[in-house]
Design a protein around this ligand. Structure first.
Ligand SMILES: [Zn+2]
Length: 214
């Protein structure tokens, strides 16, 4: 196991430097026989954020989010030289707003960091699709309505505090996405697998480290 991890780490570093591409398929197509086929399913422990070095965390951060519910997309440099760029931060608070309740709130910068780190990590594997936000900040009323409609939402959800987002990334299996986010050890991760053509989603928050399947 130790050797395998070492090998994977080495592969990851080589891939990051562009040396290994083409010699071995790093990603294979998931074949689970349902509508989730054609999603990319790398070996789970290949996506381990603990392999990241300090340079990854120090470089300027550009985040690319889309909001399927409103059709909006925000792609901006939001963090540079250790500081948040306020105008960009405001725009990300806007796209992460409660689309139905038409209200925005301050979003926890740690949540933006998790979203950015996830996106930046998988970009190393050539996956550069925007991150889809299904839900960000939620008003109490919206959260209540979801519960009444039978959609999983905790009564004291961290969405109410701007500390949670429900996301997916096209072509990437939810399990792989969730496990990657878990490996950042930044907060809670909920796995919501769904067999519909649109697939499931991953809940990520900046609360206590924990995980669940919903
Ligand atoms: Zn959620």
């Amino acid at each position: 196991m130790h050797n395998r991890r070492q090998f994977l780490k080495k592969s990851l570093l080589l891939t990051a430097s562009g040396l290994l591409i083409g010699s071995r398929p790093l990603l294979s197509v998931a074949q689970d026989g349902d509508t989730k086929t054609n999603k990319l399913m790398p070996p789970p422990d290949l996506f381990d954020a603990q392999v990241l070095d300090i340079d990854f965390w120090l470089k300027p951060r550009t985040l690319d989010l889309i909001r399927p519910a409103s059709g909006e997309r925000t792609k901006l440099l939001y963090w540079k030289d250790g500081e948040m760029i306020d105008s960009a931060y405001q725009q990300f608070c806007h796209i992460l707003r409660d689309v139905h309740g038409k209200k925005s709130a301050p979003i926890d910068p740690k949540l933006l960091e998790t979203l950015w780190a996830t996106q930046a990590f998988i970009a190393r594997f050539g996956m550069t699709k925007p991150l889809e936000v299904l839900s960000g900040y939620r008003t109490l009323e919206s959260n209540k309505r979801l519960r009444e409609d039978g959609i999983p939402a905790a009564r004291k959800s961290l969405h109410l505090e701007g500390k949670a987002a429900d996301i997916r990334i096209g072509d990437l299996h939810e399990e792989v996405l969730g496990e990657l986010i878990q490996s950042f050890k930044q907060g809670g991760v909920g796995f919501y697998f769904r067999a519909s053509s649109r697939g499931g989603w991953i809940h990520t928050d900046t609360g206590l480290q924990r995980s669940w399947k919903g």
